[in-house]
Design a protein around this ligand. Structure first.
Ligand code: FAD
Length: 544
């Protein structure tokens, strides 16, 4: 409907900008700034009423980053990284949103951002060599290049629960949380989903509500975040050494400096030593568990040592052995689904105002006006919180009608799964870039430095085209296919091949089961991107 309205729109033709950016999160904001700095004209179109992307939408209680803020922040301006002060090691959503608004003001980005405007279609005109963008507000915009900064976790999974529409209480979604305060005092709340967002909000809602019913299909591994106020000495250390530390981050497999990593296999040390290392990582929390050994994601036996350690912690933390058993991950190894990091998550199940409902054998049968039914069990609730996760990596791109060469749609092209070159460009869709697109490390890496790497690569590429008077760039089909095969080959050598998660589309019914992010390591990936650029954009057609 909206699409048809946009197609029928008869608007006066606006000036053509060099680059139209879709999305005003970390990616879109830096893209706009960097393009301007390099003499390009650019505009952002953003569906929401404010900037911030992920941090605009996900305002649920407990929402915070799980990469330390000193690392989950922009590096492009030393002035910015010196003057901004993070109050906690892992900043909460309001602070990250304040930071992004501060960035927008400092670099005067707002004048080139169109808010409350959703891009409906993006169509390439092969004769005039421009993209024509139509929006839900009937605007028609033209640009030579298009950058999709639409986010890898920006399209919430649509709930498929019978009777949800009949519910008479409030229904909240973690990924589209109200702006006004939500008070759960004296309320009976159903939280559906125990992924990263569920794990963050459940302890906080349980502290406030009369009773919380947690509906869990897949128990996940949850590492304690061990968040604290940011130590002023640590902050100063980062600020003094930022130049070197940011460079070091980019040379790691996750664009992230970890506290405790060892370049040796888990099974090369005694079980006693391993326990000590895991114990110390558990105390440090956060990302200490990401890579304590170098073979956790390639060797099942090695992975089981850490998986079993976490399971023992669940048993030790949760008083009721039956509940503890239900919280044990049973169908996946550690780290091959999106990792959860929480505060008092397992401890919360020792409270007497929480009930865990296990859905592994039987899902929710039905939601009625005031209750949730699972088999013959009925739970009376006042509010429902949906924490269902995302149609990740490809969702936002496929939500638009993107048409490339010869009117080919992205939906057609990706009907059997994504295809990109480096997660940056798509064959048959010239002059269109994707920030942290499918086939890049994306959410497997620390996203802010990854986004910066993509933005800089794209800007450099546009400069190259300008200098060499090239009008059109597009990957060759061969380069795209080779990249796709490489991404898949790398997965086959890791335990990620066993993943049934957002990483291979298994959480969305009907989505092709193809592994999406690049698991070969951010450092290796970045080097590949750099080599492609150095070799005059090897794997791309460049047309004058
Ligand atoms: P987003 O922030 O998702 O922004 C994309 C924007 O595009 C959105 O505002 C959306 O409205 C807009 N958009 C999409 N389609 C359209 C359209 N058709 N028209 C107009 N606008 C459109 N990553 C980490 O590395 N560390 C973390 O600790 C971390 N924590 C996270 C916690 C949560 C709760 C979530 C959901 C994600 C987290 N992530 C984390 C991933 C996070 O998404 C990225 O770190 C980062 O914020 C992505 O920025 P982005 O600009 O690429 O995309």
């Amino acid at each position: 409907m909206e699409f048809q309205q946009a197609m029928n729109a008869v608007d006066t033709c606006p000036d053509i900008v060099d680059v139209l950016i879709v999305g005003a999160g970390f990616g879109g904001l830096f893209m706009l700034h960097n393009l301007r700095e390099h003499g390009f004209t650019a505009k952002i179109v953003e569906a929401s009423d404010g900037i911030g992307g992920t941090w605009y939408w996900n305002r649920y209680p407990g929402a915070r980053c799980d990469v330390e803020s000193m690392q989950y922040s922009y590096s492009f301006s030393d002035e910015l990284q010196q003057e901004w002060h993070w109050s906690e090691r892992f900043a909460a959503q309001p602070e990250i949103l304040r930071y992004l608004n501060y960035v927008a003001d400092k670099f005067e980005l707002r004048k080139d951002i169109m808010l409350s405007t959703r891009v409906i279609s993006t169509i390439f005109d092969e004769t005039l060599l421009h993209w024509e963008i139509k929006t839900n507000r009937h605007e028609r915009l033209l640009s030579k290049f298009c950058v999709m900064a639409t986010g890898c976790l920006s399209v919430p999974k649509i709930p498929d629960i019978k009777g949800l529409d009949n519910f008479k209480g409030n229904i909240y979604s973690t990924s589209n949380w109200p702006h006004e305060n939500v008070d759960f005092t004296n309320r009976r709340v159903a939280v559906i989903g125990t992924g990263p967002s569920g794990v963050q909000c459940i302890p906080i809602i349980t502290k406030q509500a009369a009773h919380v019913y947690v509906y869990q299909r897949t128990p996940n591994y949850c590492i304690p975040l061990n968040n604290d106020p940011l130590d002023p000495q640590e902050e100063q250390w980062w600020k003094t050494n930022y130049a070197q530390l940011r460079r070091d981050m980019m040379r790691t497999s996750g664009a992230l400096l970890l506290h405790d990593t060892r370049n040796c296999p888990a099974l090369s040390v005694t079980s006693k030593e391993r326990e000590k290392i895991y114990e110390s990582a558990w105390k440090k929390g956060g990302n200490a568990f990401r890579l304590p050994f170098n073979d956790l994601y390639i060797n099942k036996e090695a992975n089981e040592t850490v998986s079993n350690f976490i399971k023992s912690k669940i048993h030790a933390t949760v008083n009721d052995p039956t509940i503890a058993r239900l919280l044990l991950p049973y169908n996946h190894l550690f780290g091959i689904r999106r990792l959860c990091r929480g505060t008092d998550y397992y401890e919360t199940f020792n409270r007497d105002n929480i009930t865990l409902i296990d859905l592994r054998y039987r899902g929710i049968d039905e939601i009625q006006t005031t209750r949730v039914r699972v088999g013959n069990k009925i739970y009376e609730v006042d509010d429902i919180v949906l924490a269902l996760g995302f149609d990740a990596f490809t969702g936002a791109l496929l939500n638009m009608d993107i048409r490339g060469r010869l009117g080919k749609t992205l939906q057609e092209k990706w009907k059997n799964g994504w295809r990109t070159y480096l997660g940056l460009m798509i064959a048959d869709f010239p002059n269109l870039f994707t920030i942290t697109g499918p086939g890049s490390p994306s959410d497997l890496a620390n996203m802010v430095p990854h986004i910066e790497q993509h933005v800089k690569w794209i800007t450099k590429c546009l400069e190259y085209l300008r200098t060499h008077h090239i009008n059109m760039i597009e990957p060759t089909l061969e380069a795209e296919n080779t990249w796709f095969e490489h991404v898949n080959d790398v997965v086959e050598n890791t335990l990620f091949r066993t993943s049934k998660s957002i990483y291979n589309g298994a959480n969305i019914s009907g989505k092709p089961r193809v592994f999406i992010p690049y698991v070969g390591g951010f450092d290796i990936y970045m080097e590949k991107c750099e080599n492609v650029a150095i070799n005059d954009y090897e794997g791309f057609h460049l047309m004058k």
